[in-house]
Design a protein around this ligand. Structure first.
Ligand SMILES: Cc1cc2nc3c(=O)[nH]c(=O)nc-3n(C[C@H](O)[C@H](O)[C@H](O)COP(=O)(O)OP(=O)(O)OC[C@H]3O[C@@H](n4cnc5c(N)ncnc54)[C@H](O)[C@@H]3O)c2cc1C
Ligand code: SF4
Length: 523
């Protein structure tokens, strides 16, 4: 049996990025991924296949706290959920790393500062080819380098909205995006700027996802091996419980055991917690590395809504996700608590609307609604509640218990946007006022899952130390969305990627590998 230096379980934003960073070191690295490659096929870009049939979602069924079946909107593939993400790659705000008082409670501080993560944000942005513009978003934290590529330009309807918002005193900005678009040379541009990006895999591999950017290049190194369709079921420890000695995998109907000096769980926040809980043994009766009892707890997923603003003006936008508004992120004169972030989802069509089943505007078909709607995405921070948690039921099925919290700020954010749009120059309107159709993202919408294996300095209140190594097991790390002690209100993926590079540096040092070799060839 090959003894590896590092086994990484999961190939998404956390695991894929980590593998890429470690690959040039020459260390023997094994990637275990429960899914396969996303098959390249026309359905990649079919609204029906993606939005109505949920073709690419896992068919795994979880339960909610009442035992009702939950069909999670999550994807098990090489590249993880980044295959499907909207590639809006934000840094958390500098203040998000400190304690922040919200209307619904306190968002706790992180054990590291923004300054400590900043160099890794810069590396992650470079690696994932983020297109953006610094200094326009009023809440943007400082950065040590400009973006590698210019911001993706707005199409006319969104530019008009930008101008209207600016005229009303707001500071809209270009959303930082990881798509390989070269607007100066459309013929040569890998990305063709299409309408099936957010939520869809990119058929032509022009989205900066973890497979294209990290896993495939990592596999060009002879020391890196990927095993797909390999679901890790348990982690085995030595009799003392201090080290992982084996990684148990279900593949082709049989169990295989792999082993390595260092093991990294990068299964995503819900599955990493579930894996630790499933790996309970005599030394770890509450679940592996769970002396603190926090594993699985403090699940967060943001308070998210999609809000359709429907006016008479046609919205012929193809790629809509270019504009963001953070003026209310930390609150305003009327409401002193954080409200959150406003941006867009990909342009919705009638097929997508039929799947989301929004309230239908009387006298309008879904097709007309879709042609006239601006499809906003609103995100607010939910707070870490120990009772919002991942557990397992008797047969090992994931149970997700979640009670929404801190939603006053979110309601205010929706009201702010509605108020603004009513007063913007968006005439002539189809109806006297803009019409708003809102949909809160349900529990199954676990896209922004985080927080279940939090890092911290105190082993009594966290499962991971500041390097994302478990306090209780010497050779076990968790590198995915699990480590967040609080979630801010911007999309999480860039923070997961940046942290993976940061932890990667620590692992390289621990392995005595030359960080310089790794860095020269990687990021
Ligand atoms: C539709 C959609 C749109 C999104 N848009 C954005 C966006 O615009 N910006 C943004 O920042 N974020 C976005 N996100 C969220 C983003 O994709 C996630 O935050 C990110 O991918 C999480 O990274 P991760 O490493 O924690 O987990 P994942 O990327 O989910 O990777 C986990 C990996 O582990 C594998 N795995 C799980 N369990 C096991 C096991 N037991 N054994 C082996 N392998 C296992 C999975 O198959 C998967 O490959 C979006 C998500 C979705 C679904
Ligand atoms: S071509 Fe561009 S816009 Fe279309 S899915 Fe790919 S990355 Fe997204």
């Amino acid at each position: 049996m090959t003894q590896y230096d590092v086994i990484i379980i999961g190939t998404g934003a956390g695991g894929g990025t980590l593998a890429y960073h470690l690959a040039p070191s020459g260390k023997r690295i094994l990637l275990l991924e429960r899914g396969d490659y996303v098959r390249r096929e026309k359905d990649n870009w079919s609204s029906r296949a993606v939005n109505v049939e949920a073709k690419y979602h896992t068919k795994e069924v979880w339960h909610d706290k009442d035992g009702k079946p939950l069909h999670p909107h999550t994807n098990y593939y090489v590249g993880g959920n980044t295959k499907f993400y909207g590639a809006a790659l934000f840094r958390l705000r500098k203040e998000d790393f400190g304690e922040i008082r919200h209307h619904g409670g306190v968002s706790p501080a992180w054990p590291i500062s923004y300054g400590e993560l900043e160099p890794y944000y810069t590396k992650a942005e470079y690696l994932y080819q983020v297109h953006g513009e610094r200094g326009v978003d009023p809440t943007d934290p400082w950065a040590s380098a400009p973006y590698r590529f210019p911001a993706v330009q707005h199409e006319p309807r969104i530019q008009q909205l930008h101008d209207d918002l600016s005229a009303n005193g707001l500071r809209p900005f270009h959303v930082p995006l990881g798509i390989m678009l070269d607007e100066s040379d459309p013929q040569k541009s890998r990305c063709i700027r299409c309408e099936t990006c957010d939520g869809f895999p990119c058929l032509i591999h022009a989205k900066s996802d973890a497979q294209v950017i990290c896993v495939d290049p990592a596999l060009a190194h002879p020391n890196v091996t990927l095993v797909t369709n390999a679901r890790v079921t348990r982690l085995l420890t030595s009799p003392s419980g201090r080290e992982i000695t084996g990684v148990a995998v279900q593949r082709n109907g049989a169990e295989e055991i792999f082993s390595s000096d260092i093991v990294v769980s990068s299964c995503g926040a819900i599955n990493s917690a579930a894996l630790l809980l499933r790996s309970a043994n005599d030394r770890h009766p509450q679940g592996l590395a769970n002396r603190s009892g926090v594993v699985g707890r403090h699940y967060m997923g943001h308070v998210n809504s999609v809000l359709l603003a429907i006016s008479k003006s046609l919205n012929a936008t193809v790629f809509q996700k270019t504009l963001g508004v953070n003026d209310f992120y930390f609150g305003d004169e009327e409401f002193k608590y954080p409200m959150g972030h406003i941006s867009f989802v990909g342009k919705l069509d009638a097929v997508a609307l039929s799947a989301g089943a929004p309230a239908i505007v009387p006298g309008m078909t879904l097709d007309i609604m879709a042609k006239h709607s601006l499809d906003f995405w609103l995100t607010s921070e939910d707070l870490p509640d120990p009772d919002n948690r991942v557990t397992l039921d008797r047969d090992g099925t994931i149970v997700l218990a979640y009670k929404p919290n801190n939603d006053e700020g979110h309601k205010r954010l929706i009201a702010k946007l509605e108020h603004l749009l009513q007063h913007l120059d968006m005439r002539p309107h189809l109806i006297p006022r803009n019409l708003f159709v809102g949909n809160r993202i349900p529990l199954a919408g676990v896209a922004h899952q985080n927080g279940t294996v939090r890092f911290g300095r105190d082993p009594n209140t966290s499962a991971l130390d500041a390097n994302c190594k478990t306090h209780d097991v010497e050779n076990l790390y968790v590198v995915d969305g699990s480590f967040f002690p609080s979630s801010g209100a911007v999309n999480p993926a860039l923070t997961i990627m940046a942290n993976a590079i940061r932890v990667g540096d620590h692992i390289l040092e621990r392995l005595g590998a030359s960080a310089r070799v790794a860095e020269g060839a990687a990021v």
